[in-house]
Design a protein around this ligand. Structure first.
Ligand code: FAD
Length: 368
């Protein structure tokens, strides 16, 4: 296999990996993004469902929106806005108290703008990995990353044992690349302890919290809910609700909501089921439980014609591991690790981390 002088492999096409790949390509570095999933987005994915009566329904079942304060991230978001990839979600949010059964509109003027990808949260990742200079391979999980000391480069092997090429540098944008996965035919985690001992220690034990989400579609609008996004006060089961169909660029043909569970509820379920793939019966039971809590706390005039639950086993990292540098970096082997877990548990943190990882390579590779 021939080698290319300044080629970088990015593992994962969530927002941190997609931003990193885009920035590398803009700086003249050839880049290939490998994504385990069928498409880009990671925890900014959009789910497409077909209801029993054949209606197409879309849901942002991961991050519902994001906010920005960091000026560098803001300037990127403005660029995305000018390209029509994101728009401001101008609805006001509030709180629903499950004891008093009342909504409170607590948002004050001047709060941070809420941004959404258009027409779905995954639109940004989709656009970035289609930019000139970025190659993408979806449904291509990386199973092993080998450091070839004599050749001073990396060799990548897929989860099914296939050879994925040689690269001058590698960016890993998911902590799971340090953790063995049942899907890996190559045995062990993609990045092993011997290759990157310090990084492995930092990433492997990183605590994360899970969530379940419930996607609901209604045949009629729900006038008893005056807000398009609200948190639940005094619920052990539900934490947040977002009206999907009120976001810019979405179909408003039927009212769609995404409800998020509490961490406590998700922890309890995972304590019973473990982390293996959930059966459709279990997911149906969880969907019923979450919907039951919703219907019993908020009186709605219509029953959902569609409901489906999804588990996010690692929805949010609980700590960050690279506040200053914003990514982990081994300059000798040209290995970077980026992701929200490096900076802060949100889209903004993931973007900042992807930008920082790209900058490390740009500093050393763009002139080679
Ligand atoms: C339910 C929920 C609600 C949220 N709410 C908000 C919110 O309101 N505001 C906000 O800002 N953020 C929110 N977030 C967090 C936000 O979604 C994340 O911080 C951000 O999307 C993380 O991006 P990332 O690139 O770091 O990681 P990810 O999106 O997790 O991307 C990592 C990618 O790597 C891929 N991958 C893993 N292993 C391999 C492999 N071996 N080979 C190839 N690919 C691999 C994965 O499939 C994944 O696509 C929420 C998240 C969830 C789940």
């Amino acid at each position: 296999m021939t080698t290319v002088a300044s080629k970088v492999a990015v593992i994962g096409c969530g927002i941190s990996g997609a931003v990193c790949a885009s920035q590398l390509a803009r700086n003249g570095i050839s880049v290939t993004v490998f994504e385990l999933g069928r498409g880009p987005g990671g925890r900014m994915s959009q789910r497409r469902e077909i209801s029993e009566d054949g209606r197409e329904l879309t849901f942002d079942h991961g991050a519902p929106y994001f906010t920005v304060t960091n000026p560098d991230v803001m300037s990127l978001v403005h660029d995305w806005e000018s390209r029509g990839l994101v728009a401001e979600w101008k609805e006001r949010f509030g709180v629903f108290d499950c004891v008093s059964k009342k909504f409170q509109d607590i948002e004050k003027e001047g709060l941070r703008k809420k941004y959404v990808g258009v027409p779905g949260m995954n639109s940004i990742c989709k656009a970035l990995c289609n930019e000139s200079g970025v190659q993408h391979r979806f449904g291509n999980g990386v199973g092993k990353i080998e450091w070839l000391e004599d050749e001073d480069m990396w060799s990548l092997i897929g989860v099914n044992g296939e050879h994925l090429g040689h690269y001058k540098g590698v960016v890993s944008s998911d902590r799971l690349t340090f953790i063995p996965r049942v899907t890996s035919a190559t045995g062990g985690p993609p990045i092993d302890m011997d290759v990157a001992p310090e990084m492995t220690l930092k990433v492997k034990e990183l605590p994360v919290t899970p969530r379940f989400v419930l996607m609901l579609a209604f045949g009629e609008p729900l006038p008893s809910i005056p807000l398009k996004g609200f948190s639940f006060k005094n619920s052990e089961v539900l934490s947040w609700a977002y009206c999907e169909s009120s976001k810019p660029g979405r179909s408003s043909a039927c009212e769609r909501w995404v409800l998020h569970s509490t961490v406590k509820y998700a922890d309890n379920i995972i304590a019973q089921t473990g982390h293996q793939k959930l059966s459709s019966d279990t997911l149906t039971k969880i969907a019923e439980e979450l919907n039951c809590e919703f219907e019993s706390t908020i009186p709605v005039n219509s029953l959902p014609f569609f409901k489906r639950a999804h588990r996010w086993g690692s929805a949010f990292p609980s700590t960050s591991i690279a506040d200053e540098e914003k990514c982990l970096w081994d300059g000798k082997k040209r290995l970077a690790v980026c992701g929200d877990f490096c900076v802060s548990p949100n889209v903004e943190g993931a973007v900042a981390s992807g930008m920082a990882a790209a900058m490390k390579f740009t500093d050393i590779l763009s002139s080679s």
